[in-house]
Design a protein around this ligand. Structure first.
Ligand code: ADP
Ligand code: MG
Length: 339
């Protein structure tokens, strides 16, 4: 029998579960022996909030900074600026000590369910590993938790004595989800968690996340380069381009009345879940940064989408558009698409 949600997580707090403000992360890349190293603003002033039981989609082409944001939130990379709160608690900011990853209440599942599971451990041990390391529960209590969570992700109890390689890709992703949610995170980050799977299996994983959101009130940041998947799953959508959020809002508003030209481009190019097969979008890494007029050095002071934008106006290349409320969504654009 499955224990009802409320017995696992109780969270009546009205504050946003997660609130990231102005988060920045710059990587420095040496371009040659004597040349100055080039800066790569992987995250440039990114703000994002997530409520309990809300699935927020983070969408954008490969290389736009989605995984970097996930790593910064999780504590696997250190931000250069900005702040993060989880349930009102300061996780990092300019003047607060950084809370270690294990104490943030954030768990993550990755794209590759093959690479992230130790092949020498039985599934039962794999799922209970985090609790064992934490050392707060007895062996028998951990066993009970493991049984409850294998059921919660829709796998049978006899799975616990098997090894990860005996499972299909979709089943392994379920194991990863069980391993993450057994730690009772407030927030789950799924980074391209369904992208490597067949469409039908992908649908099962998306439905499992919807089910967990409803049953245990999990907040989710769902990262994908695929607008079709985002459309199916998310309550709210944040669109990223070259390290910035260019549009953000309720899913219906973003999808039905996109204001940013890049959002409109992603929507027009999207494969529909269950309708067409997944197609990868062009990667921005196909663009040669050196070929971009003015180089990337002045990116901080202009719109990052200018080169590709069909709606660009003169102002776009000399001023930076901030993310501001505009009708139904927040949009960073000087010439947004009219209604
Ligand atoms: N550890 C790193 N060192 C240097 N550059 C990195 C590192 N991780 C990511 N980057 C760069 O940051 C940018 C964003 O990458 P990433 O967050 O992986 O994008 P996405 O997940 O959207 O595909 C890319 O230009 C990438 O090359
Ligand atoms: Mg990524």
């Amino acid at each position: 029998m499955i224990t009802p949600a409320s017995a696992i997580h109780t969270d009546a707090d009205a504050r946003p579960l997660l609130e990231a403000r102005g988060v920045s992360k710059t990587f420095w890349r040496r371009t040659g022996l004597f040349t100055k190293s080039a800066e790569n603003r992987a995250l440039d002033d990114v703000s994002l909030s997530v409520a309990s039981g809300e699935i927020v989609g983070l969408v954008g082409e490969s290389g736009c900074g989605k995984s970097t944001l996930a790593k910064v939130l999780l504590g696997l990379e250190q931000a250069n600026g900005g702040s993060l709160q989880v349930k009102g608690r300061a996780i990092f900011s300019v003047d607060a000590a950084t809370v270690p990853p294990a104490q943030r209440g954030i768990q993550m599942i990755f794209q590759d369910p093959y690479g992230s599971l130790n092949p020498r451990m039985k599934v039962g041990a794999l799922i209970g590993e985090g609790l064992r390391i934490q050392g707060r529960l007895s062996r028998s209590a951990i066993k009970d938790e493991v049984r409850r969570h294998i059921a919660l992700v829709g796998l049978s109890e006899d799975s616990l004595d098997k090894y990860a390689h005996q499972f299909s890709g979709g089943q392994r992703q379920r194991l990863c989800i069980a391993r993450a949610i057994i730690m009772k995170p407030s927030l789950l980050i799924a980074d391209e968690a369904a992208s490597a799977l067949d469409v039908s299996v992908q649908m099962q994983i998306l439905n499992l996340l919807l089910d967990l959101r409803d049953r245990i009130g999990l907040g989710v940041i769902f990262i994908s380069h695929d607008m079709g998947v985002i459309e199916y799953l998310c309550d709210r959508i944040a669109v990223m381009y070259r390290g910035r959020i260019v549009e953000e809002g309720a899913a219906e508003a973003v999808l039905d009345r996109p204001r940013h030209p890049y959002t409109a481009h992603l929507i027009s190019a999207r494969p529909r879940v269950g309708v067409r097969r997944h197609e990868a979008l062009a990667s921005i890494e196909e663009f040669d940064p050196a070929a971009i007029k003015g180089g990337s050095g002045d990116l901080a002071h202009r719109c990052v989408y200018t080169e590709r934008c069909p709606r660009r106006v003169e102002r776009c290349s000399r001023e930076r558009p901030e993310l501001v409320p505009d009708r139904q969504t927040r949009v960073a654009c000087f010439n947004p698409i009219p209604d």
